[in-house]
Ligand binder design. Structure first.
Ligand code: ADP
Length: 159
């Protein structure tokens, strides 16, 4: 069974992430979307549990997608989950430098794990969780950028 891991902050999950999740779920047998508990990035808007809840709600229609969280090295987590593929999304050339570096470090540590990049649809190339949070904070229109469930959670946060 081919198991893939799609790691990220997902603070919160956007339609750009959803696009990658839906497409990746078709190329692996099981996709584990995992929220990174990053000690250097602990200033999120949503708690890890809230992010997990939103991801669960938004992927309920995808039977081979599982939601989890992890801390520590991604390659160790991949081994623990028996995953052979790491999925990452690419928005623009800007993403590539950091993504290549991470993929090469991971390859060096764990040659049996492959990083696979999915290129975002053009309509999501500008979309990031940070941009959505900025729009929500200043009451801009972000309705088309996140799933319905997330939209309501964001509105609650900035009420
Ligand atoms: P962000 O950079 O928005 O905080 P994450 O850390 O949650 O996002 O990113 C997790 C993964 O999802 C990364 O591989 C990132 O490049 C990808 N990603 C984020 N936003 C998009 C998008 N709009 N389209 C495609 N991939 C995306």
């Amino acid at each position: 069974m081919k198991i893939g891991i799609y790691p990220g902050s997902f603070d919160p999950v956007t339609n750009g992430h959803m696009d990658i999740i839906e497409r990746a779920s078709k190329v692996v047998d099981k996709l584990i979307v995992s929220v990174l508990m990053n000690p250097r990035k602990n200033t999120g808007l949503f708690t890890i549990d809230e992010r997990i809840d939103m991801l669960k709600e938004c992927t309920i229609h995808l039977s081979n997608v599982e939601i989890d969280s992890f801390s520590g090295l991604l390659v160790d987590y991949a081994k623990y989950k028996e995953a052979s593929i790491i999925v990452r999304g690419l928005r623009a050339v800007m993403d590539l430098e950091l993504e290549m570096q991470m993929a090469q470090i991971n390859k060096n540590m764990s040659p049996e794990v492959e990083t696979v990049f999915l290129v975002t649809q053009a309509k999501y190339s500008f979309l990031s969780s940070s941009a959505v949070k900025e729009l929500a904070l200043f009451h801009g229109d972000f309705d088309d950028l996140v799933p319905h469930f997330v939209r309501n959670k964001l509105k609650d946060k900035y009420k």
